[in-house]
Structures are given as structure tokens and as C-alpha cells.
Design a protein around this ligand. Structure first.
Ligand code: NAP
Length: 320
């Protein structure tokens, strides 16, 4: 089969398309023919060798993908050959024509979601669901600011927040991103490249502040975020690429809190809840993954460059 292989950590150019042996499922494992693989920012940090998780070399990147079950190992009960599925983690890497995964990493896909959309489900929708339900404990009467609403996690967060019933604000940095944030559920959108946009957000709440901020770029925004919160507000840090200084008094004056997590530390109970919520939302139409760009598997290096550039507008997926 064809697969992207990384033999040394480095820039996008270390992603090479190669021919490798197709894996075979052992007991409790499933082989999936991948139709589309999702590209996530953390794939790039891992490839660069700067991430907390460093896989042994060589490796094939990618935790997210969707396709059809090709074969199952002994004892597998939850899926069978030809089932349509999305994967949430795996054993051999999703940037490939086939991927091997544990039975519990394979999840059924509602008929109305195609493989390209499904390739963007796990990390983006799982993260947004985890942030809003498990950390923010969001309630319908609250207001949420999705700070970075045009990207993979942001669009998922808008849709999930709207499904819960919150009033939702979103930010993006381009006209296309702002338009998408509005279309995917933001009641009001703000340009995070415009000087003073934080004041516009406060005014939109009549200076009360927002209850929840989902923060994609904490190193840039966290000090301001503390001043955008209502009483008992909470910031959920999802992304951050560096250090930031904050004034604790901004938090103290608002009984506010900052929570942060990485996706690697979710519990089994949280994960089961996330898949139940995601399947229900995909099935009832409240969750509609948006594919911004499709690239052939051979262009994985281009995908890794473009995902870190400004101007997000949905997920980048590799067609395998
Ligand atoms: P993405 O698709 O590349 O989207 C990035 C988003 O950040 C875009 O909406 C972008 O908007 C926005 N952004 C850029 N500059 C901003 C600024 N100054 N203020 C606010 N937003 C800004 O990435 P993603 O998949 O959504 O992931 C978002 C972040 O969360 C990444 O850093 C990722 O590594 C992290 N993440 C963490 C976890 C975890 O376990 N904690 C899980 C998933 C993702 P424009 O392009 O329109 O400017």
C-alpha cells in the first residue's frame, strides 16, 4: 500500500510517499481502507519533533481518518467487513491507504456523513465537545466566545455550542473565515486581526462579558481573555504556541478560572461520552463537518505547510 513515511524529524519535506506492506489485523484489531485522512496542527508539531509525544522513527502520521472496514481480527464484534467507519487514533498511521486500529478505536459513521467530512471528526469535534461539555460545563443560558472559529476545532465548537443552545460569538482573521463562522453558527463574528476588536466583543455583551471562551491561540490572547469574561467566567485553553503574561487580578475580580487540557489525557468515560455525543450530532444533523481543502495523499507536505498559515476555512483532508 501507499503511505506517508517520516524517517527523520524536520520540516514538511520529510513527509515521503512510499510503498509499504499492508498490515494484517491480529486479534481485537481492525484493518480499514482509508478514503480520507484528517490533517491536524499537532501532526505538524509531531513531525517537527517538537511535540510532547515523539513516535519512534520511521512512522506514518495521522490519528484521524475514515473509510470502510477491510478485515477484522479474531474476536472483533463491534464492526464487520464493509462497515463505514471513522477512526479515533490507530496503530499504524492514517496518512495511508490502509490503517490498523484497535476495535475500540473504530466508530460507526451515519450515512449522511461522507468520508471526507468524517476524516475531520475525531480531533476537531472531540476536542470541541470535551471543552464545552466536560470543562466549561456549558449551559444554554450562557454566552461563549470561540476564539479562532474558522478552523477545524472552531467550526466544531460553533456547531456544538449552538446545539446546546448558547449565544455564540466567533472570531476569524479573513473575510472568508468570518463568513464561514457566521454560516456555521456564530450569532456575531469579530475580526481578530482588527485593532480593538476585543472592545467590540465587550460591547456586544453590554459590557457584561462572556461566560466561556474557547481559546485556540492562548499565547496571543490569554491576557485579554481574562478581561472579556463575565463573573464566574472560564477560559478553556485549547491551543497555545508560546508563553503569555496575565494579570491574576483580572481573574480575581471576576471569580474567573482558566482550564487547559490535552487530548491525550481524556478518560475512558469522557471518551465514551464524546463518541455518543458526536454520533448523535452527526446523525441528527446538528454536526456538519466542513471540508475546506482536499489534497491527494502525495501532497501531505503541502497540507502541513498550509494548515499553519492564516486564513483557515474548514478542515484540510488527504484523499488516500
Ligand atoms: P486550525 O484549523 O489551523 O485553525 C486555527 C484557528 O486559529 C483559525 O480559526 C485561525 O483563524 C485562528 N487564529 C489565528 N490567529 C488567531 C488569533 N490571534 N486569535 C484567535 N484565533 C486565531 O487549527 P485547529 O485544528 O482548529 O486547532 C486550533 C488549535 O488548537 C491548534 O493550536 C491546535 O494545535 C490546538 N488543539 C489542541 C488540542 C488539545 O488537545 N488541547 C486539540 C486539538 C487542537 P484565521 O486563520 O481565520 O486567522
Amino acid at each position: 500500500m501507499k503511505a506517508i513515511r517520516v524517517h527523520e524529524f524536520g520540516g514538511p519535506e520529510v513527509l515521503k510517499l512510499e510503498e509499504v506492506a499492508t498490515p494484517k489485523p491480529s486479534a481485537s484489531e481492525v484493518l480499514v481502507r482509508i478514503h480520507a485522512a484528517g490533517v491536524n496542527p499537532y501532526d505538524t508539531y509531531m513531525r517537527a519533533g517538537t511535540y510532547a509525544v515523539k513516535p519512534p522513527l520511521p512512522y506514518t502520521p495521522g490519528s484521524d481518518g475514515a473509510g470502510v472496514v477491510e478485515a477484522v481480527g479474531e474476536g472483533v464484534k463491534r464492526v464487520k467487513r464493509d462497515d463505514r467507519v471513522y477512526i479515533a487514533r490507530n496503530l499504524t498511521g492514517a496518512y495511508a491507504e490502509y490503517v490498523l486500529a484497535r476495535e475500540e478505536e473504530i466508530h460507526p459513521l451515519p450515512g449522511k456523513i461522507d468520508f471526507k467530512q468524517a476524516a475531520g471528526v475525531w480531533v476537531s469535534y472531540g476536542t470541541a465537545y470535551h471543552a464545552l461539555h466536560h470543562w466549561a460545563k456549558a449551559r444554554a443560558s450562557e454566552t461563549a466566545l470561540v476564539h479562532g472559529a474558522s478552523g477545524g476545532v472552531g467550526i466544531a465548537a460553533l456547531q456544538i455550542a449552538r446545539a446546546i443552545g448558547l449565544k455564540v460569538f466567533g472570531t476569524a482573521g479573513t473575510p472568508q473565515g468570518l463568513e464561514m463562522a457566521k454560516r456555521e453558527g456564530a450569532h456575531q463574528v469579530f475580526d481578530h486581526r482588527k485593532a480593538g476588536y476585543q472592545e467590540e466583543i465587550l460591547q456586544a455583551t453590554n459590557n457584561r462579558g462572556v461566560d466561556i471562551i474557547l481559546e485556540m491561540v492562548a499565547n496571543v490572547n490569554l491576557s485579554h481573555d481574562a478581561r472579556l469574561l463575565a463573573s464566574n467566567g472560564r477560559v478553556i485553553v485549547i491551543g497555545g504556541r508560546g508563553e503569555v503574561a496575565i494579570n491574576p487580578r483580572d481573574l480575581m475580580a471576576r471569580r474567573a478560572s482558566i482550564h487547559a487540557f490535552t487530548f491525550w489525557d481524556i478518560t475512558a468515560a469522557e471518551e465514551a461520552d464524546m463518541h455518543a455525543g458526536l454520533f448523535a450530532g452527526l446523525e441528527n444533523g446538528t454536526l456538519r463537518p466542513v471540508v475546506g481543502k482536499e489534497l491527494p495523499l502525495a501532497e501531505a507536505a503541502r497540507a502541513h505547510k498550509e494548515i499553519l498559515e492564516p486564513g483557515s476555512a474548514g478542515k484540510i483532508v488527504l484523499i488516500c
